[in-house]
Each structure stands twice: as structure tokens, then as C-alpha cells.
Write a protein that binds this ligand. Structure first.
Ligand SMILES: Cc1ncc(COP(=O)(O)O)c(C=O)c1O
Length: 394
């Protein structure tokens, strides 16, 4: 099938929920993907923050192939050696005190689960979320997602959420002082989609204190920051706070759909059969992918590479852009103008990068095993494209 036919068929038969790049990808290996016209792209978008080990990491491919030929699936009605290994390995890499897990299939499902667990644990239905936060599109996660474009059409059926500015612990304190029905505070420790927006560690420490004082569960949505992308398995380890629930997805299966909630021991101790469930969560194919992904990160000491990648990019790019945001392999370049044309020009030059809700932010999500020469290729190409873009007509 040629490229125009592929685009025509998807546009004809898939409902038009996505604004897509006008390329069709058919192959990936490491930091590169190839389109159906044979063009190669350096992938710093990672299929939307997914390919933390690059495309088709050999150990994951091998594990998934072997598992597919052995037992593709059975639900949680039975035990499984593959699931047992994945759960134990995930627990061994999770922050202390958060070494119980619920497996699901996506980021939004992980957040739905965390919100349910928080509600059952605290007995309180109210939720505080942050302006700018993104947590998913199913109704529970949508209720705590800020962007009115996604949320408002469904406002009538969404559970009520109180939104506060990100980074403002006093705003949380004021809400908690005036209400006793709040059971959860949910936030992305770095707001990725908003524009890789950060808050100081003191903010998170204060949130922890407030949640403890008011009997509220603190939920970190680490769907983007987790699994080692920022240099530690959970960014909570860098911030020096321990949330009650951490949600993971995206990188966890290297592209095989999987989500997980890391659950504090105290909450895990209160969960009963029937409190949550999913047919596919914890399926063998996904569990094989999780184990191989985590083993690769652990055995190749890849988390240690996150900071070096960040430093190389930030050192070279900071003098040319307004700011370089983020940590490790989650970066936001704040440009002088709109990122969209720069992203399009980069694509034409063979590099994939992402945008953000902030139109001036260009997001980079390179794999943890990106070699230095690929970082330098990005830097060189970006600077050429960006300098051209900055001079209209150049
Ligand atoms: C921070 C965050 N949370 C949750 C989600 C939802 O994950 P999923 O698309 O797997 O449902 C996303 C997706 O982009 C995300 O970035």
C-alpha cells in the first residue's frame, strides 16, 4: 500500500479524533523510525513518551515473541509465573513503602484506579487537581484533567473536582481548611502536556504535610515522569516525598499497552477482592514486556544516563531558547514563538519532536539509551531550523 492510500484509508475509516502528522511509519529500531516512503527519522517524540528504550528493544522483542508462542493471555482469575516476576521486579524498583501494584492497560485506567482506591481508603469523594494537569480521557480521569477543551463538553456527568493553581500549596491548604470531604490530591509532578511545567520540591513537601494533616491521599501521576525517565524510577525519590499512590503507563511496556498503580502498604492492606478489576490487566504478553523493560533499565544502568542526556541538550540549547525545562529525558524547550512550525521543519529534516498545550513549548522525550552523537545531531539540526524560523522568509 502506498502512503497516500494509507492516509486515505485511515482518514476514511477511523473517526477523526486525532490531528496526525502526514507520515505513515512502518518500522522502528533504537532511536530511529522509518516511514513508508523509506525516510528515516530520529525519534525524540517516542510515540508520545512511550519508547524509553528506543524502538523494538531486542530484549523486549525477544520476551514478547517467546511469550506469544507460550501463553498469550489469561486473566487474574489464575496465578502466573510471568505476572509474579513482573510484580516482584516492579516492586523492587518502586520507592520504599509503595511496593504493591495493580496492573491495568493504560494511563487513564491507572488514574481511575488510583482515584477509586483513594476514595475507598479515605471514605471521602472530593478531589483536588491542578490547573494545567492532564490525566486521561475516560470520565474519571477527565474530571481531574484541566484543559476545558477536553473536559467541558462532559461537565454534566463528571465527578466534581476542585482545581487549584499548580505550585500553589496555599491554595490547597485553603480548600482543605474549608471542606472535610476531600479524599485525594492528584497531580503530575512535572506537567508535561501543559508545557513541561515544574514546581519546587518545597511545594511537594507541603502537599505531603497537608495531605497527612487532613487524611487525604496524595496521588502522583507519573505516566510520563515514571519508569526512570527523569533519572530515578519515580520522580518522588528526587523530590524527597512519598505519595500514597503512583500511576505508571507509557514506557512501562516499551510500547506494549500496560499501566500500573503503585500502592502504599497502608492502602494495600485495606483493599478487598472486588474493589477493582480488569480483564486484560496483568496479561502475560504485557507482563513479559514489563519484565524485559525493567530488566533492561536495571541491568544496563540506564537511569543513570538521564541526567547526562539532559545536561548535554540543555547546555547546548539553553543559550538559544528562552528556557529549557524538565528533568532527565523529559524536556521542554521554551521558544520565542510557536513551536508548531519548528516541529514541522524538524520533521522535514528527519527528526520527530512534540508540542504542548503551551504553543511556544517544544517537547523532547528521547530514549534513555540515546547515544551522544544522536543528541548532537538533534542539537545541530534544531539550531539550524530554529534560526531559520526566527527570520521570516529566511
Ligand atoms: C500525565 C498523563 N497521565 C495520563 C495519561 C493518559 O494515558 P493513556 O493515554 O495511556 O490513557 C497521559 C497521556 O498522555 C499523560 O500524559
Amino acid at each position: 500500500m502506498n502512503t497516500p492510500d494509507i492516509l486515505r484509508l485511515e482518514d476514511s475509516f477511523q473517526i477523526p479524533t486525532y490531528a496526525k502528522y502526514p507520515i505513515a511509519l512502518e518500522r522502528g529500531e533504537g532511536i530511529y523510525v522509518w516511514d513508508t516512503d523509506g525516510n528515516r527519522y530520529l525519534d525524540f517524540y517516542g510515540g508520545h513518551c512511550v519508547t524509553l528504550l528506543g524502538h523494538c528493544p531486542p530484549r523486549v522483542v525477544e520476551a514478547v515473541q517467546a511469550q506469544a508462542a507460550t501463553l498469550m493471555f489469561y486473566s487474574n482469575v489464575v496465578y502466573s509465573p510471568v505476572r509474579a516476576r513482573a510484580a516482584a521486579l516492579l516492586a523492587s524498583m518502586a520507592p520504599e513503602g509503595l511496593r504493591h501494584v495493580f496492573f491495568c492497560n493504560s494511563g487513564t485506567e491507572a488514574n481511575e484506579t488510583a482515584l477509586k482506591l483513594a476514595r475507598t481508603w479515605t471514605g471521602k469523594p472530593g478531589v483536588i487537581a491542578t490547573e494545567g494537569g492532564f490525566h486521561g480521557r475516560t470520565l474519571g480521569s477527565l474530571a481531574v484533567t484541566w484543559n476545558p477543551k477536553y473536559r467541558e463538553p462532559y461537565a454534566a456527568v463528571l465527578p466534581e473536582t476542585t482545581f487549584v493553581p499548580f505550585g500553589d500549596a496555599d491554595a490547597v491548604a485553603r480548600v482543605l481548611a474549608g471542606r472535610n470531604d476531600i479524599g485525594a490530591v492528584i497531580l503530575e509532578p512535572i506537567q508535561s502536556m501543559a508545557g513541561v511545567t515544574e514546581a519546587p520540591p518545597a511545594y511537594f513537601e507541603e502537599l505531603r504535610r497537608l495531605c497527612d494533616r487532613h487524611g487525604v491521599a496524595l496521588i502522583f501521576d507519573e505516566v510520563q515522569t515514571g519508569v526512570g525517565r527523569t533519572g530515578t524510577f519515580s520522580i518522588a525519590e528526587q523530590l524527597g516525598v512519598r505519595p500514597d499512590l503512583i500511576t505508571l503507563a507509557k514506557s512501562l511496556g516499551s510500547g506494549v499497552p500496560v499501566g500500573a498503580v503503585l500502592v502504599a502498604d497502608a492502602i494495600a492492606a485495606t483493599v478487598k477482592p472486588g474493589d477493582q478489576g480488569t480483564t486484560f490487566g496483568g496479561g502475560m504478553l504485557a507482563m513479559a514486556a514489563v519484565t524485559a523493560t525493567l530488566e533492561t533499565i536495571r541491568d544496563e544502568a540506564l537511569m543513570a544516563r538521564a541526567e547526562a542526556i539532559h545536561a548535554r541538550l540543555a547546555t547546548a540549547l539553553a543559550p538559544h531558547v528562552r528556557a529549557v525545562r524538565g528533568r532527565g529525558c523529559l524536556l521542554g524547550l521554551v521558544l520565542d514563538g510557536p513551536a508548531r512550525p519548528v516541529i514541522a521543519r524538524l520533521r522535514e529534516a528527519g527528526i520527530l519532536a512534540g508540542g504542548a498545550d503551551d504553543p511556544n513549548v517544544l517537547r523532547l522525550m528521547p530514549p534513555l539509551n540515546t547515544p551522544d552523537d544522536a543528541l548532537d545531531t538533534f542539537i545541530e539540526t534544531f539550531l539550524a531550523v530554529y534560526q531559520d524560523e526566527a527570520v521570516p522568509g529566511a
